[in-house]
Design a protein around this ligand. Structure first.
Ligand code: NAD
Length: 270
């Protein structure tokens, strides 16, 4: 896909990977709708893009953890720029850890943001895309969606589900002009991995991620994503070691699980 002159929407774009994706798509000539629930940082991203090319970016403060939030975002993007060529469901959270996490506080919130937001967005884009015979759906899952996230059941499950949903979308609609790409990074230097105010935050999951491979910069990840979209390929795996880990997992699951337990014991104990 050539992004020049196309309309793109990126959620979770107030910072981190989402802001880097917005900047990369914009540099390729796209109009960009940036969405996030953090309005102040979001507005600064849109202002930065509009200062490069006037009226080429729109900030939409949106909470994508509900179907209504996704509908409002899609409506705002269409009202401003018309047909949405590419939608990137990137917003995500890493909350909750173990079996003690409550449904209300963590499981439901995490599943709504990391999985159902993708489903709601796709649902409200697909009619227009099928009528046009084209549309590009992208999501940010995680290496945890291919492997696992030591220390967080909510994150592991929601990211596996996000990968499964993207695969299903591609299988179901791929022959009708719908392209799908999903991003599965390991460590990326963002607020999620390095919270600015880390007091009281459980950092063990992040410590495991940092021990498992390189921590990449968001702009470098965005570059790999951009090249994958241009080539219209499904999987973005910016950390090559993830491919090695995944191959080992598929080859011998018991051995892989034993290795993961060892890593867990080494980094977070027991
Ligand atoms: N940083 C990493 O190491 C890493 C690794 C693998 C996957 N990811 C995934 O990358 C994506 C982007 O995360 P990031 O690393 O840039 O972290 P980040 O915390 O900088 O960005 C996430 C953004 O999503 C927004 N957001 C969260 N819930 C929202 C909601 N309900 N409505 C609207 N916006 C919401 C946040 O405000 C934030 O700006 C996430 O899906 C994350 O799970 C990150």
């Amino acid at each position: 896909m050539n992004l020049d002159g196309k309309t793109t929407v990126v959620t979770g774009a107030a910072g981190g990977i989402g802001a880097a994706l917005a900047r990369r798509f914009h540099a390729a000539g796209a109009r960009v709708v940036v969405a996030d629930r953090d309005g102040d940082r979001l507005e600064r991203v849109a202002q930065e893009l509009n200062s490069v090319r006037p009226d080429s970016a729109l900030a939409v403060v949106a909470d994508i953890s509900s179907e209504a939030g996704n509908i409002a975002l899609i409506d705002a993007a269409r009202n401003k720029f018309g047909f949405i060529d590419l939608f990137f469901a990137n917003a995500g959270v890493a909350q909750g850890t173990d079996l003690e996490s409550t449904d209300e506080d963590t499981w439901n919130a995490v599943m709504n943001i990391n999985l159902h937001a993708h489903r709601w967005a796709a649902k409200h884009l697909m009619g227009e895309w099928l009528a046009a015979g084209e549309g590009y759906f992208c999501s940010t899952a995680s290496a945890a969606g291919l492997l696992s996230q030591i220390g967080s059941g909510t994150y592991s499950v929601s990211k596996h589900a996000a990968v499964a949903f993207a695969e299903w979308l591609s299988i179901t609609y791929g022959d009708r002009g719908i392209r799908v790409t999903t991003l599965c990074p390991q460590g990326v230097n963002t607020n999620m991995l390095n919270p600015p105010d880390a007091d009281g935050i459980d950092k063990r999951g992040g410590d495991v991620v940092k021990a498992s491979g390189d921590v990449l910069e968001p702009a470098d990840v965005a570059e790999v994503v951009y090249n994958t979209i241009v080539a219209e390929k499904f999987l973005v795996m910016p950390h090559p070691e993830v491919h090695t880990y995944e191959t080992r997992k598929v080859a011998d699951r018991d051995r892989w699980l034993a290795g993961m337990r060892k890593l867990q014991a080494r980094i977070i104990g027991g």
